[in-house]
Design a protein around this ligand. Structure first.
Ligand code: PHE
Length: 449
């Protein structure tokens, strides 16, 4: 069977940025910054993106393109052993787990879309009221499971139609509109009374607030936001043509992704400081703050549904990219048709996501190591499985398949660039072999000991 491929460079850039930009930027980044004390976290996050995230992104895409297979086949072929094949399969499984809890959280946003259309989340005067409404919604199993069901259903439908029609088309229109809306909200945020405090919180380092937990969280976040360590980028890389200059197409993606995170955090903290809310209120942070902006801003009743719609769509393009490796696996290795594979994975993601969807209500009392099922899944995936998956990709690229063949594959489509800037080869070779794997290992070992 001929492998599907992206129709154009723009199609590829939009699909990869669609995968990258999602709830990790708009929902998770602001609350992690708040929890880990502000600017110190932001700086470590940026460093870990540059030194680890970007090279690992390139490594994963190159491995996928070289083998023209998803992670299971690609790791097996390039690592020349079934053990590597097994490692590849594990990354596919991580993506599957991510898609199960990601959908539960995306369901909250989808639910807020409906609530905002009904006018229920644009009439708050305080963040306390907004927070209480959030708690009230999440206490309902009908709300959380219902939203999860609709969200998985939509994702499955898109995947059903395949790479070009399903995945590419949506991204082309949505990303630019989301960006424009975020800029409007940013403009509003910056006019609020204490927005200077917010900027200081985000940019003025307070090194005493830094902990080893913050470093691990920053690393995990840089991987999570770039959809690394879980087969997604290897799979998307397998649909890229050889003529594509991977450096030119991936660099703007990382920059855009970072901008969306920073803008979201600035908006959220401008509100947090203008109303005297505590920055460390956790995963509910955007739900406690943004509805208050929409309640005060002109045209809030229109902007709120638009915001939740775009964020839902951003989450959809990420969700499908987390499910796609499992689907590609069933197509490549079990010989299923795309449609059958999409239904099977859709059904499994739905089932496995249910405990996550119930963890704010019926399963609230069930704790794993002191946190809810959902929090435990998020922790397991983003702080352990994902960094391990990223580590595996760099070891494969730098050592097992070898840094020279990996760089040669990276040069395909980028010969001119490499000829003019020979240091790029040396830089990536150093990152694949030493910098990325060693840094990931140090952070992981430190966390696990
Ligand atoms: N990168 C996505 C986000 O920022 C999340 C994601 C993780 C998507 C893993 C696919 C795979 O929301």
């Amino acid at each position: 069977m001929k492998r599907e491929s992206w129709s154009s460079r723009l199609g590829f850039i939009l699909a990869v940025s669609g995968s990258a930009i999602g709830l990790a930027n708009i929902w998770r980044f602001p609350y992690l910054v708040g929890e880990y004390g502000g600017a110190g976290f932001v700086i470590i996050y940026l460093i870990s993106l540059a030194l680890i995230g970007f090279p690992v992104l390139i490594a994963e895409i190159v491995l996928g393109r070289k083998a023209r297979k998803g992670p299971s086949g690609a790791f097996q072929e390039l690592g020349k052993s079934t053990t590597w094949g097994l490692i590849g399969k594990t990354t596919v499984f991580t993506g599957f787990l991510v898609s199960s809890f990601y959908s539960a959280i995306a369901g909250w946003i989808l639910g807020y879309l409906v609530e905002s259309i009904k006018g229920n989340v644009t009439n708050f005067t305080t963040t306390t009221e907004a927070a209480a409404y959030f708690e009230h919604l999440l206490a309902s199993p009908l709300f959380t499971v219902g939203a999860h069901t609709v969200f998985v259903g939509l994702s499955t439908l898109i995947l059903f139609f395949g790479v070009r029609h399903g995945i590419e088309r949506g991204n082309k229109i949505l990303m630019p509109i989301l960006m424009a809306l975020l800029l409007v909200l940013l403009g509003y945020g910056l006019t609020l009374p204490n927005s200077g405090e917010a900027l200081k919180f985000l940019w003025k380092p307070n090194l005493s607030a830094l902990s080893s937990g913050a470093i691990l969280a920053a690393l995990g976040q840089s991987f999570f936001t770039l959809s690394l360590g879980q087969g997604t980028m290897v799979t998307y890389g397998s649909y890229v043509k050889k003529e594509e200059n991977l450096i030119f197409s991936c660099l703007p993606i990382v920059i855009m992704d970072t901008l969306v995170s920073i803008i979201s955090a600035t908006i959220v903290f401008a509100i947090v400081f203008s109303v005297g809310l505590s920055p460390d209120s956790g995963p509910g942070l955007i739900f406690h703050t943004l509805p208050v902006v929409f309640s005060r801003i002109p045209f809030g009743v229109v902007l709120a549904p638009l915001f939740f719609l775009l964020t839902t769509l951003a989450a959809l393009t990420s969700e499908i990219s987390a499910m796609e490796p499992s689907i590609a696996y069933l197509i490549d290795e079990w010989g299923l048709t795309r449609r059958k594979a999409a239904w099977i994975i859709g059904a499994l993601v739905f089932l496995v996501g249910i405990p996550s969807a119930l963890s704010t209500n019926l399963l609230k009392e069930y704790q794993i190591f002191g946190s809810s099922f959902l929090d435990a899944m998020v922790f397991l995936a983003s702080n352990i499985l994902i960094p391990l998956g990223g580590l595996a990709a760099t070891i494969l690229a730098g050592w097992v398949f070898g840094s020279r063949p990996t760089i040669n594959e990276l040069k395909e489509g980028a010969k001119e660039l490499f000829r003019k800037q020979p240091w790029i080869s040396a830089y990536f070779s150093f990152c694949f072999k030493y910098l990325a794997p060693i840094l990931i290992l140090i952070v992981l070992i430190h966390e696990l000991l």
